[in-house]
Write a protein of this length. Structure first.
Length: 302
């Protein structure tokens, strides 16, 4: 095949070179009306670690696709590192088959590789994008399923409402994880995300819970985002939160020790990882066992 045939039949520009409304309309066409201009501003302009970088494929005045890269922070044993998350990628139906998605991801990989230092770029990916990532040399980590666990309601008076920004995840030593702080969590639970988040703590204990409520086949369900506190308090914490929200079940990660004896898998997240090598690498991010993901990383909008 000739070099001319290898070149993409479109141009790639930065997202700021394209009217924002065109990007919003592209995302709405792909994901639905929830991707409003306010949602875009929240997610890609006012992020806690800076505005998103984005690559846009254009053919003349027509936008063919976009891939947005959100600045992120990872932490490991008290050290903090710059990272990136690929979010909100879309290609128009007319442009499919032209290599737009892979071309935009490849452009970001080249951008990061030019710095010649360790950097992690990752994404919670759907099946179609996972295969594209695999072809680009990314590592696909083991799926992380979420399960529906029946929960007997307890007395709602056992818990009191607290600021959601105070429910910071507890991470085991030696695990790579998002460097959440109060500012980051405040952004994470912003109503412009499209969800309403709540937080409670046990009145007579140290356990805290960040969650939202939804319905599953018409049944009110509590979705766990972050929980903290000793295991012996978790049953009372979840039961009281369910009673407060009039929910009869919770959705939480499958490996959570608070799952019931016979949970039912209802959803899941698969993380795809690309690592730019560098002499300063503190850990191999391509090994799933080196990570801890919480609901704050995987639930809802990320």
């Amino acid at each position: 095949m000739s070099k001319a045939a290898d070149r993409p039949s479109y141009d790639v520009v930065l997202v700021e070179d394209v009217p924002r409304q065109q990007i919003v309309e592209l995302l709405q066409a792909a994901f639905g009306p929830a991707k409003t201009a306010d949602h875009y501003t929240w997610k890609h302009v006012e992020g806690p670690w800076g505005p998103s970088r984005g690559w846009v494929a254009v053919d003349g005045d027509a936008v063919l696709g976009a891939r947005l890269i959100v600045p992120w922070r990872l932490a490991l044993d008290g050290r903090s590192f710059a990272a990136s998350r690929a979010m909100d990628g879309a290609v128009t139906p007319a442009a499919r088959g032209r290599g737009v998605f892979s071309g935009l991801v490849r452009r970001e990989m080249s951008h990061l590789a030019a710095a010649e230092r360790w950097h992690v770029l990752y994404s919670t990916s759907v099946p179609a994008s996972r295969e594209a990532y695999r072809r680009l040399g990314w590592t696909i980590l083991e799926p992380r399923p979420s399960v529906l666990s029946v929960r007997l309601p307890r007395r709602p008076a056992l818990v009191e409402e607290i600021d959601p920004r105070t429910v910071q995840p507890t991470i085991p030593a030696g695990r790579l994880h998002t460097d959440w702080d109060a500012r980051g969590l405040g952004w994470r639970v912003d109503p412009r995300s499209g969800h309403r988040y709540e937080a409670v703590q046990l009145r007579n204990g140290g356990s805290r819970l960040l969650y939202r409520r939804t319905t599953l086949r018409g049944v009110p369900v509590l979705v766990v985002v972050v929980r903290t506190g000793p295991p012996e308090e978790q049953s009372a914490l979840l039961g009281a939160a369910c009673a407060r929200g009039r929910c009869g079940a919770v959705i939480l990660q499958a490996l959570d020790p608070a799952t019931s004896a016979r949970p039912r898998v209802v959803s899941g997240s698969t993380v795809s990882v690309w690592q730019q090598e560098g002499p300063d690498a503190p850990v191999d991010a391509r090994a799933g066992g080196n990570w801890t993901f919480t609901g704050a990383d995987l639930e809802g909008v990320l």
